[in-house]
Design a protein around this ligand. Structure first.
Ligand SMILES: [Zn+2]
Length: 303
């Protein structure tokens, strides 16, 4: 009986909270979804913090790197790359993280994949997930020892994954996948010069994906190169026709919990379908190459 008496206030509190969430979900669904997402993300972050506690840790002004002893010699290089992208990406998108961002280095693709439960054939140089960045050890994919640091800077995943971190926090998880993939590639390209090599992909002969296909089903698209390239092109399209400040306005509205339709209409003065139509029309007007910026310049005013 005493156990019930002790637990009662907690149950009453939980019950009242559930009722408030239930009532509020109808009136403020976006706000509550953002709050719920933030709690889940924090849970994921703490989980990784706890499960990697035994690893070696090195830190810089804004990041902490955890790795196995075999990768301790690359930890400083990873931190240095992270510090190089920190201010420019924060400034570009208008964000300032609280605390130091955790980066975990995994020695092999298998171990990186295992941390997510991925199949063994899945490969990635880096992943942003739930408030943390995980990267494959540079020693696993840079085979040429000369200019090791430069090779990591020019082709490494830090700028890309840190942009995902920033977009996720600004929007509280309320973003279309193509938007974060486009922004991540754009920041990466502007900072390190890296672009996916789409030469020889015959993008001009392929049917472009719709943006809604590049949101919920991004990873299921059969042509991943086209999916990534189109995402970058969508951000270039927005910048070209509306400016980076409008993109920041869009992110701000998404972060306040507005759904995509409302956020696009408030930002660009058109529905999402009209935005999509304009983007698809613009996309047909130029021949895809590795760098969409060249195409933007070549088709100025085509919409
Ligand atoms: Zn990405």
């Amino acid at each position: 009986m005493s156990g019930w008496a002790t637990a009662k206030p907690a149950w009453v509190f939980a019950g009242v909270l559930l009722i408030l969430i239930f009532l509020g979900w109808g009136r403020f669904p976006g706000m509550l979804r953002g709050w719920f997402y933030t709690v889940c993300r924090e849970y994921g972050r703490v989980n990784l913090e706890t499960s990697t506690r035994g690893l070696q840790e090195t830190e810089s002004a804004h990041f902490r790197v955890r790795c196995q002893p075999s990768d301790s010699d690359v930890a400083d290089m990873v931190l240095e790359a992270a510090e190089r992208v920190y201010e420019p990406i924060n400034d570009a998108l208008g964000f300032r993280p609280q605390g130091k961002v955790l980066i975990v280095i995994y020695p092999t693709s298998l171990e990186l994949g295992k941390s997510f439960g991925w199949p063994a054939d899945q490969s990635a140089l880096g992943v942003y997930w739930m408030g943390t960045i995980r990267v494959l050890s540079p020693k696993a994919w840079i085979t040429d020892e000369s200019d090791f640091d430069e090779r990591f800077w020019a082709a490494g995943p830090i700028a890309h994954e840190y942009t995902h971190f920033v977009v996720d926090h600004l929007t509280r998880g309320n973003y279309p996948r193509w938007l974060t993939e486009g922004l991540a590639q754009r920041e990466d390209r502007d900072l390190t010069g890296f672009v996916f090599n789409v030469d020889g992909e015959n993008l001009a002969e392929q049917k472009p994906y719709r943006l809604d296909q590049l949101d919920s089903d991004f990873d299921d698209r059969p042509d991943q190169m086209l999916a990534y390239w189109q995402s970058l092109a969508a951000v270039e399209f927005m910048d070209e026709h509306y400016s980076i400040d409008r993109i920041k306005d869009l992110i701000n509205l998404l972060g306040r919990g507005y759904n995509q339709e409302v956020a696009f209409r408030a930002t660009f003065g058109i529905s999402f379908d009209e935005f999509e139509a304009g983007y698809q029309f613009w996309l047909q007007k130029y021949i895809p190459t590795t760098d969409p910026l060249e195409q933007v310049a070549a088709t100025e005013g085509s919409i």
